[in-house]
Each structure stands twice: as C-alpha cells, then as structure tokens.
Design a protein around this ligand. Structure first.
Ligand SMILES: O=C(O)CCC(=O)C(=O)O
Length: 276
C-alpha cells in the first residue's frame, strides 16, 4: 500500500477533525519505515534506560515493566545516537508536515518527540489534555501519534473522547497509580464518551490539544505497544510553555516562541510542571 499524503486529506477527514478533534491517517508510514524506527529504538534500549534520554523514575517498582522500558523523551535532541537523526527526520517528515499544515491552516513547528515502548504488563497514561502542559496560545497544539506496533484495547492502545476537543483545558485530578504511570486524570465531561482506537503499525493519529485522551495498561502477554509521538504548535504562536524548547519548522528553522504567562487552569502550580 502506498503512503497517504496530505493532498489526499478529504473534506470528510477535515470535518471529522473539526467535529471530533482527531483523525487517523492510515499507513502514513510504510512497513519498512516503521520497522526501522522499531529496531533503532529497541537497540537504543537494549541495555535498559539511557540516562539523559529515558524518563528514569525512582518510583517505578522493581517488577514494573516500565522500569526497564520507560518512555524516551526528546530523542531528536540526541544527534550522538542512531535514534537522534531518525527521530529528527521522522518528527519533521514532510508527510506529517503537510497534514499538520492542513489541520492548523498555518505553518506548524515541532516542539517535542517521544518514544513509548509499553511492553506487556505496562501501565497506561491516564486521561489528559496536551495543551494543559504545552500551554499554547492562541489556539492549541496537535499531536501526531504514530503506531509502531498494531495498537488496540488488548495491548493498551490509545483511547480518545470524541468532541472533548471543544472543551476548555481543565485542571486535572489525581490518577490511580496502580493503572497509570502519570499522575493527572481529567474526568470525562457529562454527555461525552470514551472511544478505544484500533490502529495498524504505520497509521498516524492526529489530535488537538484539548482532546481528552490516554491509554490503559497493556493486558497482553506478548505484545509491545510501541509508539513514536510528536507535538506541534503553530509557528506563529504567541506563547508556549518554557519546557518545550527550540520549536523547529519543517524546513529546519529553529524559531522563538515566547514563554507562557499566567497560571493555567490550576493556577500558578502549573508552571512548575515539566513536559507530560
Ligand atoms: O501513548 C500513550 O499511551 C499516551 C500518549 C499520550 O497521551 C500523549 O503523548 O499525550
């Protein structure tokens, strides 16, 4: 199957993004591209977490699968490793850029990359809204979530709350640490419902920064649920949380976006939080 380009974005896909807050572009990446990404990140983590790259959390329990396979933060900032240039070129892939330009209707800039291994038995990431952390103003951010393995309810695939993309960004409650490795939980607003997604490797989910989304534990015995995840903002944004440095356009320019001001939906405490 050939890769989809943004020029294929249909009126229906645009309408779905506006109405529900997300769209899945099937097979944006070819199998061979996904295999390269998977192999490179597995190799990078072959001996376990990498200081300065992996999110090493002293609270992980000894038998926690995430203790060996924590997520990697900003791999594109590591030119000294094989995964560095690969993460950078995937984050700035023109096929992703073209979809984002259509969805933002203005020039996008990349501000974050991450790789999740989510091995069998791993906890999930509780429901949250990305723009609580990125604090983009005006407007919001968009995530591009690339399935590196098939992802479905059994192995802790992503869940979204369609339509929550039109909600305000809320101050989160506390999550259940037996199910989730992150501490924030955003409750589902009345009248809206959670939708589990099933994706094939190479599919890319795009969703806006207000959309409530997350994932449950990987209940499978032998299926990793790996994903390469990037966050983007309009290049002309007036504000962005200072945790997201060096916004980079798809033609490689590093631009300046002023730091976010004010306290966010929880007041001043938000400013103390790192990237999500
Ligand atoms: O992949 C996951 O399990 C959650 C990722 C996520 O929610 C995010 O990157 O904002």
């Amino acid at each position: 199957m050939t890769a989809q380009t943004a020029t294929d974005l249909s009126l229906e896909q645009r309408k779905q993004f506006q109405r529900d807050g997300y769209i899945i572009i099937p097979r944006l990446f070819e199998n061979s591209e996904v295999d390269t990404i998977r192999d490179a990140f597995m190799e990078a983590n072959a001996k376990g977490p990498v200081p300065g790259l992996s999110e090493i959390n002293p609270n992980f329990r000894e038998n926690d699968p995430l203790a060996f396979y924590p997520r990697m933060m900003h791999p594109h900032r590591h030119p000294e490793m094989n995964i560095g240039p690969l993460a950078m070129s995937t984050m700035l892939d023109p096929r992703i850029g073209a979809v984002l330009a259509d969805l933002f209707e203005e020039e996008p800039a990349a501000v974050q990359s991450m790789f999740y291994f989510k091995p069998p038995g791993a906890r999930g990431q509780d429901l949250h809204q990305d723009n609580y952390y990125l604090r983009v103003k005006p407007g919001t951010c968009i995530a591009a979530w690339t399935a590196v393995d098939a992802a479905d309810p059994e192995n802790g695939g992503l869940v979204v709350v369609p339509g929550s993309s039109s909600c305000e960004v809320m101050c989160p409650e506390k999550s259940d640490s037996t199910l989730f490795f992150t501490s924030d939980h955003v409750p589902i607003p009345e009248g809206l419902h959670e939708q589990p997604l099933s994706m094939n490797a190479g599919d890319v989910l795009f969703f806006n920064g207000s959309l409530i989304h997350g994932s449950y534990p990987n209940e499978s015995h032998d299926r990793f649920r790996r994903a390469f995840i990037c966050h983007y903002v309009p290049a002309a944004s007036a504000e962005l949380s200072h945790w997201y440095t060096n916004p980079t356009t798809f033609d490689g320019r590093v631009i300046d976006i002023p730091g976010a001001t004010g306290g966010g939906p929880c007041g001043v405490a938000t400013e103390a939080k790192g990237p999500h």
